[in-house]
Design a protein. Structure first.
Length: 323
């Protein structure tokens, strides 16, 4: 490459980076810790946020069915699932609800999005075949611009609900390939898939702890759906949410960014409400009341991660200069 072409290439890359930084600057993260969730309190499933005491709730989307929201690591974006196009698709929007756009042009149903720790990818479940015939979901990853989809699992069962390890090297997920739902773990490229739990009951919805040492999940192994925690080697299983009423279902646990608390969903008082508890299961109390409130996810600016680490840009710049 001659000097003029090299200079022009560098100019275009710098222009692109400047535009990306300006666009990113328009998306602001919350200044205080917040929980995003879906609720039907207005008659339809939409995305809401509230503070971690359950106050100051406000709506971000206005559609027939938007659900399963998750914060980006820097808190500036929220990925969620929407049925607005006739099938479940993953969308991304700014933290204030602006700039809602579909992630991929894939025609199949998508669900359970999960951001990678550095924010460059989303893992999700993708329907393979007809839901009513095969019910086969597989785990995929895709760049946050919707490019470079990659299939990580490939079997005749249902693999869904991915959760990244804090270092980005592993992904926990739910699979029913053994008959019952179990928690599995694999490398981020899909290699070394193995079950973490092995129980005759159902184990689902893993969520990796911020320190990388535990995984919270929901299970009906004691006859009712409760919240459990296991070590990353599958040992030291213990129950946190312990409501023994036969109709109770506690599920979708999510850790606070400091690892001291867990939010979850329960129907212990009728419908579906978001509760919070200490990481040891103590001090359980509700943040919502009435309606169906689901899929909590927690963001705290004190623990925000940069979505595009400076060292990545420096590495890219070094490679460009070397050409």
């Amino acid at each position: 490459m001659d000097d003029s072409k090299t200079a022009f290439t560098l100019f275009l890359i710098l222009l692109f980076l400047c535009i990306a930084l300006l666009v990113g600057a328009n998306a602001q993260a919350p200044e205080k810790a917040q929980i995003v969730f879906s609720s039907d309190i207005d008659g339809h499933d939409n995305i809401y946020v509230m503070d971690t005491e359950g106050r100051n709730k406000y709506k971000l989307t206005n559609s027939e069915r938007d659900y399963d929201p998750v914060w980006s690591p820097d808190g500036k974006k929220i990925a969620f699932v929407s049925h607005r196009d006739g099938t479940d698709k993953i969308y991304i929007m700014n933290a204030d609800g602006n700039n809602q756009h579909r992630l991929t042009d894939n025609p199949e149903s998508e669900e359970t999005p999960a951001w990678s720790p550095n924010g460059d990818k989303l893992a999700f479940g993708l329907l393979s075949g007809n839901l009513w015939i095969s019910n086969e979901y597989e785990i995929y990853t895709v760049d946050i611009n919707g490019k470079n989809p990659r299939r990580l699992t490939d079997n005749s069962a249902r693999d869904w609900y991915p959760s990244w390890s804090p270092d980005g090297k592993k992904i926990a997920f739910t699979s029913n390939r053994d008959g019952n739902s179990e928690i599995y773990v694999m490398d981020m490229d899909g290699n070394n898939q193995h079950n973490l739990t092995n129980n005759i009951a159902q184990d689902e919805e893993p969520c990796w702890s911020p320190n990388g040492l535990q995984i919270a999940f929901s299970s009906d192994r004691d006859g009712t759906w409760q919240i459990y925690v296991t070590g990353i080697n599958g040992g030291n299983n213990h129950k946190l949410a312990n409501d023994s009423h036969s109709a109770t279902r506690n599920n979708t646990p999510v850790w606070s960014p400091d690892g001291k608390k867990i939010a979850f969903v329960t129907n212990r008082h009728g419908e579906r409400d978001i509760y919070i508890m200490d990481a040891d299961g103590k001090n359980q109390h509700s943040l919502t009341e009435g309606g169906y409130n689901l899929f909590p996810d927690w963001f705290d600016p004190a623990f925000a991660r940069t979505m595009f680490p400076a060292e990545n840009l420096e590495t890219t710049w070094g490679k460009i200069k070397a050409k």
